[in-house]
Design a protein around this ligand. Structure first.
Ligand code: GTP
Length: 597
């Protein structure tokens, strides 16, 4: 296809504003997929995505479109994830296209992720077409939302397209706007090949699939290519496009988006942002690379049934093959036995991986409290990156500790502002900015990441009845008075419950944790002390009183089936417990104990 007839674009939106529904409609309207093959949310291919309605992996589709001017166009859509955890995937997909549809729910208006994502589009020099979605709903207010887009984002919204991705109204206008308002890509057919590695993932049949955007030259089946970051050579065995199923083609030229396979075994061998060129007489200068995604949240994953450790290793190995942003290493815990310390991009990423292990591999897991990476500066000058509070070195040898901080942007209706400020204040936040856009406030806070990774988002949703939106960026490390708090159950330390806390809040946290654990741990035949301590000093204590009753005692005499049922129930309950010394701790205690409310 010649460059003038190609349009490459992505869709940016806040979560739930209708990005996937709109993508589906564009695909359907152009007949890319026959109606009877159309599933809801076609681009969200993984089950878990479908269930939660969250787009996780960036997906791509090539659409053929005959415009009103009679010309044939090829439209390449790269779908991007909307959640904060996956901001890096948004940014890399953006570099592969020239324009964006900015979708805003016309019943809601601009939200925190609308801003975060549209700024990425602006950074990538995109032309932007605003789309006001959900106009079929009575609460839709296009004038107000268009004005808000101009006020808050500062882009012209006078020609915003009014759409209902649900009924299909405005879809044709959207396709026309893509052709007329977005620029054609640029590129040189006669130059050496320069292809940008946009994404890669593992496929059981084809091996690693590499999503590429051709900048210059031609990518052909059968040619040998060089990955410039590490000078490795590969023989290209397939070249193709997504419609959205894979369709093989002989070659891809400048401006086109598609994929290649080259018998690559591991996703790890492909670096996102890399430049692919000819093996001989290739391009001299690589494209500007992207920053690799760094895990920021760490937690331990342990099998509930310790005999499933090898199965867990297998599951994690397989998942990691397909997800370069997920890291892991083996971990042993006195309390939980063998497991893995895993690194994630954020909490949603953590949840997704954990769910997939439980569901696809049928392994029940104990998840320990999420932690961030602390920089522990030792008196001898060494700096240790602490991923796990249990590994905290002897405090007498520690000079100081630094923790990661973030810049958080929260958009919230006026009436909840007070609660949001209080929440941020409680989490050691420093207010940076407070402005209004209509009846909504935009607050910017500097917050420690460790106060956010755990349940900040849940709390924010609950104090604002779901009306707040939130986005964050890491800003750097600063020193603070941080200490390791340990928890002792029946006088034995439970390493998996250790956390890093701010000294001023340790006592409050300790007390809350002991109270929680007292409710979470079932009573035993003996008294159980539950304590929180810093170093050797106990800062909070609760006692779980003893239980003497036999569960079967109350079903006197004959009813043997009922008795057996009760005993079975007890056994099943036991499986979900972990023994510490003489005490059984239920698996959910490891997460619930840390929730603050
Ligand atoms: P993520 O993929 O999770 O980022 O969300 P999204 O932005 O893709 O939103 P999605 O397409 O999943 O839509 C969110 C919800 O809004 C779904 O329940 C859709 O059915 C609904 N929805 C989308 N477009 C419209 C519309 O035009 N009108 C109405 N009434 N509902 C819509």
């Amino acid at each position: 296809t010649d460059l003038a007839h190609i349009r490459n674009f992505s869709i940016v939106a806040h979560i739930d504003h209708g990005k996937s529904t709109l993508a589906d409609r564009l695909i359907q309207e152009t007949g890319t997929v026959k109606d009877r093959d159309m599933k809801e949310q076609l681009l969200d291919s993984m089950d878990i995505e479908r269930e939660r309605g969250i787009t996780i992996k960036a997906n791509t589709v090539r659409i053929d479109y005959t415009a009103d001017n009679g010309e044939q166009y090829v439209l390449n859509l790269i779908d991007t994830p909307g959640h904060v955890d996956f901001a890096y995937e948004v940014s890399r997909s953006m570099r592969a296209v020239e324009g964006s549809l900015l979708v805003v729910d016309s019943t809601q208006g601009v939200e925190a992720q609308t801003l975060a994502n549209v700024y990425q589009a602006i950074d990538a020099d995109h032309d932007i077409v605003p789309v006001l979605n959900k106009i079929d709903l009575p609460a839709s207010d296009c004038d107000r939302v268009a004005e808000q887009i101009e006020d808050v984002i500062g882009i012209d919204a006078s020609e915003a397209i009014q759409v209902s991705a649900k009924t299909g109204q405005g879809i044709h206008e959207t396709l026309e706007a893509i052709v007329t308002h977005l620029p054609a890509p640029k590129g040189n057919l006669d130059a050496p090949l320069k292809a940008m590695l946009v994404d890669s993932w593992y496929d059981a049949y084809l091996g690693v699939i590499v999503l590429v955007r051709i900048m210059d030259g031609t990518l052909k089946k059968g040619m040998r290519v060089k990955f410039m970051s590490n000078n490795t050579l590969h023989h290209v065995d397939r070249v193709g496009v997504f419609r959205p199923e894979m369709e093989m083609v002989d070659s891809l030229g400048p401006g086109e988006i598609g994929f290649l396979t080259a018998s690559i075994k591991q996703v790890r061998d492909t670096r996102v942002g890399d430049t692919i060129t000819n093996d001989r007489n290739g391009a001299e200068i690589a494209l500007d690379g992207f920053k690799p995604a760094q895990p920021v949240v760490f937690c331990g994953l342990f099998p509930v049934d310790s005999s499933e450790f090898e199965d867990l290793r297998d599951a994690i190995d397989k998942l990691a093959l397909n997800d370069a942003s997920f890291s892991f290493e083996m971990e042993t815990s006195a309390a939980l036995g063998f497991g893995f310390r895993c690194g994630f991009l954020g909490l949603l990423h953590l949840e997704v991986i954990r769910d997939r292990i439980e569901r696809e591999y049928d392994i029940e897991l104990i998840t320990t409290a999420p932690s961030v990476i602390y920089h522990v500066f030792m008196k001898d000058g060494e700096m240790i990156e602490l991923h796990n509070p249990a590994d905290m070195p002897d405090p007498s040898k520690v000079d100081h500790i630094e923790e990661p901080r973030i810049k958080a942007t929260i958009l919230v209706p006026d009436e909840f502002l007070g609660d949001v400020l209080k929440l941020c204040q409680d989490r050691r936040g420093i207010q940076m900015d407070l402005t209004y856009a209509g009846s909504r406030a935009m607050v910017v806070y500097d917050l420690p990441l460790n106060e956010v990774v755990f349940d900040f988002y849940d709390r924010l949703k609950s104090v604002t009845k779901g009306y707040a939106s939130f986005d964050y960026q890491m800003t750097g490390y600063t020193e603070d008075a941080l200490v390791k708090m340990s928890v002792l159950v029946n006088d034995e330390p439970v390493d998996a419950l250790s956390t890093m806390v701010h000294r001023d809040r340790a006592e409050m946290r300790g007390r809350a944790m002991c109270e929680k654990l007292k409710d979470l741990i079932p009573r035993h035949m003996f008294k159980i002390p539950i304590q929180a301590a810093i170093g050797g000093k106990v800062i909070a204590r609760e006692t779980l009183s003893a239980l003497r009753k036999d569960v079967t005692a109350k079903c006197y005499g004959g009813d043997a089936t009922r008795k057996r049922k009760l005993l079975d129930k007890q056994k099943a309950g036991k499986k979900k417990m972990r023994q510490f010394g003489k005490v059984d701790i239920p698996q959910e205690a490891f997460i619930s104990a840390l929730k603050m409310d």
